[in-house]
Structures are given as C-alpha cells and as structure tokens.
Ligand binder design. Sequence first.
Ligand SMILES: Nc1ncnc2c1ncn2[C@@H]1O[C@H](COP(=O)(O)OP(=O)(O)OP(=O)(O)O)[C@@H](O)[C@H]1O
Length: 332
Amino acid sequence: MTALLLENVHKSFGTVQVLKDIGLEVADGEFIVFVGPSGCGKSTLLRVIAGLEDVSAGRVSIGGRDVTATPPAKRGIAMVFQSYALYPHLDVEGNMALGLKQAGEDRKVIAERIAMATRMLSLEPYLKRRPSELSGGQRQRVAIGRAIVRKPDLFLFDEPLSNLDAALRMATRVEIARLHRELGASMIYVTHDQTEAMTLANRIVVLRDGRIEQVGSPMELYNDPANRFVAGFIGAPSMNFLKAGPLGAPGAELGIRPETLRVAAEGPIRGTVTHVERLGSDTNLLVVTPTEETVTVRLFGQHDHRVGEEIALDFDRARALSFDAGGKRLRH
Ligand SMILES: Nc1ncnc2c1ncn2[C@@H]1O[C@H](COP(=O)(O)OP(=O)(O)OP(=O)(O)O)[C@@H](O)[C@H]1O
C-alpha cells in the first residue's frame, strides 16, 4: 500500500513560491530522507505532510486517505522535532502518555505502549525523571518514544539529531535505523547531514528551490546522479568539477569523485598541493591546477604529502561523469 502520496503540491507564502509541483509516492515501510540546500523547502514540505501548513494547491494522501483538509491530529502521523518539545513539568512516563490520554486511550493500552517504547529505547532508568534531569540524547529518545507510543501510520522527523554531539548522533542514528527495522513503519526524515541521509534512507529526495531534482536510493544518487546539482550535493567531500578540455567534449565539465583520484608519476591533471587534511583513516589533499581549478583528492590511509608539493593525478575514467554547460548529465 501507499503510505504517502503527494500530487502536484504547491505552497506559497504571500507571493513567494516555496514548493513547486511536488509529486512523490512513498511505499509502506519506506524510509525517505529529504535533503537540499538551506531554504529549499524541506521543512515546509514536512509541515505540509503533517498538516501544520496548508497547501496552496495539490493533494496530500496518507495511507490511501485524502488528508489535504484534515487537521494534524487526525492524520495518523507523529512528528519528532530537533527541539524535542517535551513538557518540562511532566516526567518521562507522563510525556509519553500525554498524547494517548488526550486521545482517550484505555489505561491498560497506554501502559503497554509505554512499556514497549521504553524497552525499545532503553529508557527504563529514566521513567520518573523530568526532561531537565536528562541529557540531550536521552531527551531525544523520549521524544522518539512519544512518537512510537502513538503507533502512527507515518513518522515525520525534522532534523532530530542536530542538537546532539558527534558520538551521540551516531548512536542515535543507529537506534533510529534499528527502530525502523523493528517497527517496519514508514518514515520521512529531513536532514542536513550527508551521513544520516546516506545511511538511513531507502530513497533520498533531493530538493532545490522548491522542486524535486531527483529521487533515488543513496547509491543511485551517488553513482548515477541526474545532473550536476545532485552530483555536487550528494557526497562529502563533494565531487570535483573540472573543465573537460582535452579530457572530454568542448564546453563540458568532468565530474570526478575525490576518492577516484590517485597520485601518479604521470597523469592528466597536474597541480600544487595547497592543503593537507590528515584524518588518520584518510588523507585529503587540495590541489590547485595551473588554470586555478581546485581539486579535492581523498586518499585512503596515511600519506606524506606536503603543502607546496607539485603532483600529478590520475583518475578512474569509468567512474567519471560528464555534464554539459547547463549542468545536464551527458551519457555516453
Ligand atoms: N511562515 C513562513 N512565511 C514566509 N516564508 C516562509 C515561511 N516559512 C518558510 N518560509 C520560506 O520558505 C523557504 C523554505 O523554507 P524551509 O524552512 O522549508 O527550508 P529548509 O529547506 O527546511 O531550510 P533549512 O535547511 O535552512 O532548514 C525559505 O525561503 C523560507 O524563508
């Protein structure tokens, strides 16, 4: 069945068009991630799905039901925000129970659901604590717990991990992936974080200026981007774009992933190392060519390159992409 169907969705604030003709079908159990540059409309699209914003035109259906005019509480969704939005005067248990109590749910059902969410999220030790007595990561788990107990048809996440430090982000990311496997629920997730998008999504939706640029699995977007924008947006460090010159069609650009370049005795690209980043597991080089193009090279492992060094680079041609002057992918 279809968990979510968006048909010709438009949204304007005054005269500003923020979402333009969005169409998307999400299958039951899918994990969908929205990515795109700041201001492209990710949060607005999530809020339109939640019913927190009306559409200007188009239709939103959840679980086969047209909910375009349905208020948020009746859409069968649960939303998890970056800011947790927990009630400070209620303990963890009270926070998780509140929505169900307000919906008039049976006490026994509430207790069972809370027990399930508590177990899934390892929240047992904290049930009687208030939000102010929890760490950021624990608060976010409570916010996720509050969503789980409602057994929604669709989970909506708006940058839920962005307030957490790096180690906690990773732990919570793994937890969200596990929850998705165990619950088998449909999830829609907005993030700025490449790693979250690549590791959590079944499919990623790339938005730009209120439109969908491409929808695909993480590896489809990485290996087979539809255009220069998607190629440059997906992947960190970003793809290199070099004037093709003798390497390709006139006027075209060549897209080369940093990890497909290697330092060679002879190679089609020559330049000077201007920066070295030693990450332990990898070494990143910034190389500037005589025509002032900057190339990022990602080398596996540890290397002795120094700033000022002249080097030649070769690359895996089978993995390079070509784009025309307008950014369209040229396929051979
Ligand atoms: N209530 C509003 N009134 C007017 N303009 C708005 C409103 N909400 C959002 N916008 C505008 O709509 C555009 C999309 O905003 P949105 O928050 O959806 O982007 P985003 O992709 O989530 O951005 P970010 O990654 O920075 O969070 C922006 O240009 C924003 O200024």
